[in-house]
Design a protein around this ligand. Structure first.
Ligand code: 13P
Length: 332
C-alpha cells in the first residue's frame, strides 16, 4: 500500500517506521522542506524521536499534492489543533479510493467538535473512508519495536480489516472495531484522567488512590462515551482501559507529567510555555467538561480538574472535594 503520514512529531514518525516495516511504501509529509531534508540526511528525527534509526525505505516530501494524489492510506498524526487546517490543505487532492486514519487523540479546541466530525465536514463530499487508530501506544516504545497493540476503527468492517492488514507488523498488533465514536472519545478522555493521575503521583497519594482514580475515571469516560453513542464494551478494551493504564502509569506521558507539575504548584499556562509537546488533556478537559454540562453527564473528576486548571481550587482541595462528595454509593 502507499501510505502518507501527515505530522512528523514522535507519533507520526513511529507510525511511519511501523508502516515501512509492514512493507508499505511510506512517506512522511513535512510541511517544512528543510526539516524533511534533515530527516533524510540524518535518518533520525532528532527533534522528536532521538536515538531511533529510520528505515532506509522511508521517504520524505514537502509536496502535498503529489503525496496525497498517490496515497491509498493517509495517517493524520498532527496535534488536534492542526487537524482542520491540514485537512483543508489536503482536500483538493483527496479522492474517494483513499482511507484517512485519524491518529490524534483530542477534540477540536475552538468548537469542541470530535475530530472525526471535522474530518467528515471537510472530506465528506469526497466520499473517502474515515477511520481512527488509537490504543496504548507510546511513540518512544512503538518506534523501538517493543510489543504493542492498537485498535483500528471504521464504520465498514471490511475496510477496517483491510487497513488492519496493511498496518499490522511484527510487534505491532492491530485489532479492528466499528465503534468509531467510542474509540475516538476514549482516546480524548483518557488524557484528562492522565492529568489527574499525574496529580495523584505528584502529591504522593499512593497506589490505592491511583487505582481508585483509574477505576472511577474509566466509569466517567464510559458514561460520557455511551451518552454520545459509543459502545460500553469499547471502554474495557485497548482504546479505553488499555490506553488509560499505559498513560496513567507511564514515565513517557506528557499528560501525566503535566499533572505532576500541577501538583508542584505550577499553572497550566506556565507548563504550556515550557514544552514543545502538546498536552492534549489541557484542551480536552475544558471541552469535555462543557459538553458534559450541556448533556447533563456526571463527570466529577473532569469537573474538579477543570477547576484546578483554571486555578479556582488547588489540587489538594480538589481531592478533598472528590473524597467528600455526597456519594450515591453506586456499584463501584
Ligand atoms: P501522552 O500524550 O500523555 O504522552 O499520551 C500518549 C498516549 O496517548 C499513549 O497511548
Amino acid at each position: 500500500m502507499n501510505v502518507v503520514v501527515i505530522g512528523s512529531g514522535s507519533w507520526g514518525t513511529a507510525l511511519a517506521i511501523k508502516s515501512a516495516l509492514a512493507g508499505n511504501t511510506t512517506t512522511i509529509y513535512c510541511r517544512r522542506p528543510e526539516f524533511g531534508k534533515q530527516l533524510a540526511i540524518d535518518r533520525e528525527n532528532k527533534e522528536y524521536l532521538p536515538g531511533v534509526k529510520l528505515p532506509d525505505s522511508l521517504q520524505f516530501s514537502s509536496d502535498l499534492k503529489s503525496c496525497i494524489r498517490d496515497a491509498q492510506i493517509v495517517l493524520m498524526v498532527t496535534p488536534s489543533v492542526h487537524v482542520r487546517t491540514s485537512l483543508e490543505a489536503i482536500q483538493p487532492y483527496a479522492h474517494k479510493e483513499q482511507s484517512y486514519v485519524l491518529c490524534s487523540k483530542g477534540v477540536e479546541r475552538t468548537t469542541g467538535k470530535l475530530l472525526t466530525t471535522v474530518m467528515s465536514e471537510i472530506l465528506g463530499s469526497v466520499g473517502c473512508n474515515l477511520a481512527v487508530l488509537t490504543g496504548p501506544n507510546h511513540a518512544e516504545e512503538v518506534a523501538r519495536n517493543l510489543p504493542a497493540a492498537a485498535v483500528l476503527s471504521t464504520k465498514n468492517l471490511d475496510v477496517a480489516i483491510k487497513l488492519q492488514n496493511a498496518l499490522h507488523s511484527q510487534n505491532f498488533r492491530i485489532y479492528s472495531s466499528t465503534d468509531l465514536i467510542g474509540v475516538e472519545l476514549a482516546g480524548a478522555t483518557k488524557n484528562i484522567i492522565a492529568l489527574a493521575a499525574g496529580i495523584v503521583d505528584g502529591l504522593a497519594l499512593g497506589d490505592n488512590c491511583k487505582a481508585m482514580l483509574l477505576t472511577r475515571g474509566l466509569h466517567e469516560m464510559t458514561r460520557f462515551g455511551v451518552a454520545l453513542g459509543a459502545k460500553k464494551e469499547t471502554y474495557a478494551g485497548l482504546a479505553g482501559m488499555g490506553d488509560l493504564i499505559a498513560t496513567c502509569m507511564s514515565g513517557h506521558s506528557r499528560n501525566r507529567s503535566a499533572g505532576q507539575q500541577l501538583a508542584d504548584g505550577r499553572t497550566m499556562d506556565d507548563i504550556m510555555q515550557h514544552t514543545n509537546m502538546v498536552v492534549e488533556g489541557f484542551f480536552a478537559t475544558d471541552i469535555i467538561h462543557k459538553m458534559a454540562e450541556e448533556h447533563d453527564i456526571e463527570m466529577p473528576i473532569t469537573a474538579a480538574l477543570h477547576d484546578v486548571l483554571h486555578q479556582k481550587i488547588t489540587p489538594a482541595a480538589a481531592l478533598e472535594e472528590l473524597m467528600g462528595r455526597n456519594s450515591k454509593i453506586e456499584v463501584s
